[in-house]
Unconditional design. Structure first.
Length: 111
């Protein structure tokens, strides 16, 4: 599993390729619930494309986080996946950052 607990109540997820994404997102959602909320950064650097099932799980994770006042930030999203986010207007719902450093910094500057 590519899930790390970081200081400042942040969970960093190195997302695997499909079809393992679904299991990883399920684990992250459970961690968020167990911790009673935290911010989550998901690194897409190993992901070329996501399925509709994974998009559904990402939306569910976002809702769980938003319900407890926490944030979900994606980083290193490949062009094909960014294209999917844009076509489906999910780029307006999900927070995107260029890389891990930018994503982690954004969590520190905006609460």
């Amino acid at each position: 599993m590519g899930i790390q607990n970081l200081p400042e109540n942040v969970v960093l997820v190195d997302l695997p390729q499909e079809p393992e994404i679904a299991d990883e997102l399920k684990s992250v959602t459970e961690i968020v619930r167990d911790r009673d909320g935290c911010n989550v950064v998901i690194d897409f650097s190993k992901v070329d494309i996501v399925t509709s099932s994974s998009l559904s799980k990402l939306l569910k994770l976002r809702k769980v986080l938003a319900d407890c006042g926490h944030r979900l930030v994606f980083c290193s999203v490949a062009a094909p996946t960014r294209g999917i986010f844009k076509v489906t207007a999910l780029d307006k719902i999900f927070e995107l950052a260029d890389d891990k450093s930018v994503a982690l910094t954004s969590l520190q500057t905006v609460s």
